[in-house]
Ligand binder design. Structure first.
Ligand code: ADP
Ligand code: MG
Length: 236
């Protein structure tokens, strides 16, 4: 397995129209750990993740640094960052089969046989063996979520960002898919960063938790304050 390194955010400040959304957020996400940034709707969570991907809207004024795999990627072009993201809407391409959707994640230059093998392996891992030719419209919500994760992982990211990817699923499915996504990130030793408004998600993630809120203040939650303080002292 590829050895991954810590994802670090340093002194991140996000403002919109001169109003701070996030002020002074610093966080280290170790390989195989799922960290959470928690905040209400409109607090800047999706903006933070799109900034890490390199695709943030220029309407936002953002300062701070992103480090991944020992490199400062704050100004790296998006396609060279090697950051994978999963959204609330899984965005599978409706005009492509499940197999073609997965192929989309595989890096260019991988030969045909190897691509076929990687797709079959990914489907097996998603417990959807033989689904290559299925139309995404025929999948359940849980199946689509698993395919979306596999497509993201096939791109061999060095970090995984999760933008409330389970929030539209019903309660029973939600906790299963959440576990499925976390387990895959942890097994691969990827640093994973989840943003959510739901404390249950943060608890299930099991990693450090930062809360963002009104006026941009950033706090470690009580349950995690000790761990975060220790981590910060060690990591920064
Ligand atoms: P969250 O994901 O926490 O719900 P967002 O990051 O999506 O929050 O949005 C933060 C704030 O920025 C919200 O008030 C939202 O309406 C606003 N916003 C989001 N995208 C844009 C944009 N492209 N241009 C201007 N304002 C935006
Ligand atoms: Mg959002």
């Amino acid at each position: 397995m590829t050895q991954h390194e810590t994802l670090r955010l340093r002194d991140v400040t996000v403002a919109l129209d001169g109003q701070p959304l996030i002020a002074g957020l610093s966080l280290a996400v170790a390989p195989g750990e799922v960290a959470t940034v928690m905040g209400p709707s409109g607090s800047g969570k999706s903006t933070l993740l799109s900034w890490i991907c390199g695709s943030v809207d220029p309407a936002f004024a953002i300062e701070g640094h992103i480090e991944l795999d020992g490199r400062d990627i704050t100004r790296t072009v998006p396609e060279a960052r090697r950051v994978g993201i999963l959204f609330q809407d899984d965005l599978l391409f409706p005009h492509l089969s499940v197999g073609e959707n997965l192929a989309f994640g595989i890096p260019r230059g991988v030969g045909r046989e190897e691509r076929r093998k990687r797709i079959a392996d990914a489907l097996c891992e998603a417990e959807l063996t033989g689904f290559e030719d299925r139309d995404p419209a025929t999948l359940s919500g849980g199946q689509r979520a698993r395919i979306a994760l596999m497509r993201t992982l096939l791109a061999e990211p060095k970090a995984l960002l999760l933008d409330e990817p389970f929030s539209k699923l019903d309660a029973a499915l939600r906790s299963r898919i959440r576990r499925f996504i976390f387990d895959h990130a942890i097994e691969r030793g990827l640093p994973a960063l989840l943003v959510t408004h739901d404390p249950d998600d943060a608890a299930a993630a099991g990693g450090p938790v930062l809360e963002i809120g009104a006026g941009g203040a950033v706090e470690a939650t009580a349950a995690d304050a000790g761990a975060s303080a220790a981590r910060k002292t060690g990591a920064f």
